[in-house]
Design a protein around this ligand. Structure first.
Ligand SMILES: C[S@@+](CC[C@H](N)C(=O)[O-])C[C@H]1O[C@@H](n2cnc3c(N)ncnc32)[C@H](O)[C@@H]1O
Length: 275
């Protein structure tokens, strides 16, 4: 089921990006209704639309047929949020969102793998945590920037889905207070661009909480861009960290994000667990 959705999501993204003539700062697509190409729970799809409609970063939306599928295009602007997100001393990565549909797919994969809790590290506007919430996981949204956390609170109020924002520095936070049992951590940063600092800190903290390691998954957002990586492109640039911390890769999915909008290769999300 995920294979069908991923294949069709990448297909509509590529088609849309090739033909997009607008000039919005960011844009993304959500299929308007469920179909054979997008066999998604109807209520979930409605909630994904709701997240975009109630999110002030989007200022326009319209319907468009893309690759034979009726889709809703959302256009927005994150400039002000991006600028705010870099003002913190220990900011490891500025705000750039993944696509809402991608967030839904990647959290669905995590849920399918059996994780009960989702900790979204560097959560931006909270879309990954929002998707975890609608899938029934216990979620925690960890974000350093107060303006983004206020944005999350606005979305929570408008959508009536509380995805549990914590306005904290992920490098300082005490994760034992969350009383996690089988969590998956999503790391909101690319390797060698600050994401590795976030990931190393989280892994050290997981190791420190007794018995947590064996039930924990970590999902990394990788890159295939040689420009961004000086060395190893394997596992989206995360190979050395994966080896160093004795993790094993259990799955990899390639999904659209705002930062790969003009690229032909999507962002790899690498699912790992501790050996
Ligand atoms: C690339 S964005 C990812 C946003 C979101 N996870 C998504 O995929 O749409 C990275 C986010 O991490 C946040 N961030 C950076 N350093 C952080 C830190 N030390 N603690 C908590 N959040 C941090 C930034 O403010 C930004 O919102």
């Amino acid at each position: 089921m995920f294979d069908t959705i991923i294949k069709n999501l990448v297909r509509i993204k590529q088609d849309f990006a090739k033909n997009y003539t607008g000039n919005a700062h960011i844009q993304e697509v959500i299929p308007t209704s469920t179909s054979n190409q997008f066999p998604i729970d109807e209520l979930h799809l409605k909630l994904l639309h709701n997240f975009a409609q109630k999110n002030p970063i989007y200022f326009n939306s319209f319907e468009e047929e893309i690759s034979g599928i009726t889709c809703t295009v959302f256009e927005g602007d994150i400039n002000q949020y991006w600028l705010n997100s870099i003002k913190h001393g220990s900011s490891c990565q500025p705000f750039y969102p993944t696509w809402i549909m991608s967030a839904y797919v990647m959290t669905s994969v995590a849920s399918h793998l059996g994780y009960a809790e989702l900790v979204d590290i560097g959560s931006g506007d909270g879309r990954i945590a929002f998707c975890g919430k609608i899938l029934g996981l216990t979620v925690h949204s960890i974000e350093i920037d107060d303006v983004l956390v206020e944005l999350q609170k606005t979305i929570i109020k408008n959508t009536n889905q509380n995805f549990n924002p914590h306005c904290v520095d992920a490098l300082e936070f005490n994760y034992s207070e969350l009383e996690l049992t089988t969590p998956v951590f999503f790391i909101g940063g690319l390797p060698q661009m600050g994401g590795d600092i976030l990931a190393t800190s989280i892994i050290d903290k997981i190791n420190f909480i007794s018995n947590l390691r064996k039930n924990t998954g970590i999902v990394f957002a990788g890159t295939n861009s040689k420009k961004e990586l000086s060395q190893n492109l394997t596992n989206g640039g995360w190979s050395s960290l994966i080896d160093k911390h004795n993790l094993s890769v259990i799955d990899t999915v390639f999904l659209p994000t705002v930062w790969t909008f003009d690229q032909t290769v999507e962002t790899p999300y690498i699912y790992t667990k501790f050996n």
